[in-house]
Each structure stands twice: as structure tokens, then as C-alpha cells.
Design a binder for this molecule. Sequence first.
Ligand code: CP3
Length: 348
Amino acid sequence: MKSTILQALDQVRPERLPVWFMRQAGRSLPEYRKLRRGTTMLDSCLIPEMAAEITLQPVRRHDVDAAIFFSDIMIPLRLAGVDVEIQPGVGPVLENPIRTRAEVEKLPAPTFEDASMITAALKIIRDELSAHKALLGFAGAPFTLAAYMVEGRPSKDHLRARALMYADPKTWDQLMTWAAKVSNLFLKVQVDAGADAVQLFDSWAGSLSRNSYVSHVLPYSKMTLEGVAGPRIHFGTNTAPFLDAMAEVGVNAIGVDHRTPLDEAAKLVPGLTLQGNIDPAMLFAGEDALHGHALDVIQRGQRAPAHIVNLGHGVPKDADPGVLTELVAFIHSLTPEQLNAEHEGVSI
Ligand code: CP3
């Protein structure tokens, strides 16, 4: 029997509504913080036993229907030999930002010297994970990677990256092709080692207009998925103006942030499974508000061929893990009558 997530990715509505959370592995869990003590974020991704254990922690604790591989969108850069760190409380930081043609040309070849630790971690997870749960791999889409590579650190509007895109299309092409190649390799390593499906994260694509997305970004996201076997999920935030374009990379499901109601999203990407889109803020709003909102999300999600419940973005670091565990139990307990009732949930 296929896991409920894989059924949903085949556009089949499983008997029980599937649920997992972006960033379920990590900071919100005390067992994660304890294990990580003394090891940097990116180093912890490269120690197979540690990455496997952190991947499995939220599955054991919350009974979510998928494990997402504990890693980071910046790991392929590290594996290719780029000097990158995740600074606590800051995020990805590159020692040398890539802003000029000369800097793009000096990038190492987009290949991995050694990805055996990724393979080893996934094999441990595959052995321990129940067959009823899906194992998800992932990678960053080239625009989100380029946003960090050009800026050198997190930024609000990715101004420098967007300026490079307009100023020097040839350098932009070289940079985006490089990013697509390393993320493509990262996805292939994960699928070869047992990932059942993959998610492409284009978290910052929402800073682009539809036209810019379609002409300067979409072709490279397509390139990232070339030759990657198995089902795919494509996720971004603030991307309502071009959700249909995001579907063109060839995907089974579209991830939707909390800003677009799922019944509206279903009209934009007909025939595709939807994933999302509980507002992470609702985790802090009390059980009544959270349940009312989750029910509304789920009832609107009935307009799609299938629905994988998730948050609209990652689990915030100060979220109460108990609230997540209870939310999973609530979602798993819903009856077909509750799923199909109209206007019972509370709209935001
Ligand atoms: O549980 C999971 O979802 C799997 C692991 C995972 C991480 N990062 C672990 C992580 C996944 C899928 C990612 C993807 C990722 N990484 C994205 C796309 C998803 C998104 O949230 O939009 C992005 C943009 C990154 C880059 C990145 N890495 C950022 C912005 C940060 C946070 C910086 C901060 O401190 O606020 C990281 C660090 C990171 N990646 C942590 C985790 C658990 C926190 C590390 C820690 O301090 O313990």
C-alpha cells in the first residue's frame, strides 16, 4: 500500500488526510537542540547518523505522514566547494558573494566531490521509517539560491540579485545554470538513495513579477528537475500571481502559502494536488482558532484533486511542539462529513 502522501501526489484522495510540516525537523524540538549542541548547522547535515536522527525525530513525536530529509538548500553549494555557513539567528552567509561575471566564472565546477554522507543518511532513514510514511527529498530552486549567493546573506527584497538579472542576462544565465546543476545533482543523489518524492523550494520567488519569473527564472527551475525521477512538489511564498507558471516545471503538487485560499489556488492550477496552507501564526492563536482555521483550509482544499495538509511556510522556531502534535491528531481524526461540510471552518 502506497503512503498517503504518495497517493495524494498521484491525485488520489487517500482514506486519511495526509499532513507534514515544512521545517518540522529542527529548532522547535528540544531533542533537536540537544543533539545539535556543539555542531554547526551545515556540519550536522553532513554527519549521517545525526542527519538521520534529526529527520526521524518529528515523525516519532508528531506522527506526521512524511519525513523530510534534514539538510539545507545551501548544502549543494558546500558539496561543490563554495564557502558557505548558516550563522545562528542570521541564516546563510557566503564568505565571498558572487556579484560579477568574473566571480561567477571563478565558481568551482557544479559537481560534488563526495556526496556519500547524504546517501548514507538517507539509507539509515529508509531502514527505520515505516512503509506508511513518505521520505521527502528537496532542493532550493535556482532563484532562491541565487538570492543568497549574490547578496551573500539573507535580504528582504533580493535587490542585488534582481539587479544582476536585469543588468547582465549572460552572467545571470551562468549563475542560474550553475545553481540549477548543483540542486539537480542534490535531488538525484536523494532519489537514488531512497527519497520517494522531492520538493523544490523557491521561497523567495515572490519578490519577482510574473514576467520576470517566466523569462528569467522558470527555465532554470525546469532545468533543476530534469531527469529527477518520482513525484515533485513546487513551493514558493507570495507567488499567487504566477502559481500556474510554477506548475509548468512539471510537478504533481503546488505548495501554497497562507495568503491564497486553496479553493482559489485550485482554479489557478487545475488537476494538480495542493499542499498547504495553514497560517503559521495560527500555531500561536489557541486551539479553537487553530482548529477553525485548519478546517477552513481543509474544506477549501476539497476543490483540488487531492490535498496534503501543511503550513503556508516553515514551523517557526518558537512554536510549541505540543500544538503541532495535537494538530496532526486533529487532522487525522476528521471524518468525511467534516471534510466535505461547507462554510464550517473559520476563514481568515
Ligand atoms: O524540517 C525540514 O523542513 C527539513 C530541513 C530543512 C532546513 N532548511 C533545516 C534548517 C529544509 C527543508 C530547509 C530549507 C531551506 N533552507 C529553505 C527553504 C524553506 C524555507 O524555509 O523557506 C531556505 C530559504 C533555507 C536557508 C536557511 N537555512 C535559512 C533562511 C535558515 C534560517 C536562519 C535563521 O536562523 O533564522 C536556515 C537554517 C536552518 N535550516 C535551520 C534548520 C533546522 C535552523 C538552524 C538552527 O539554528 O538550528
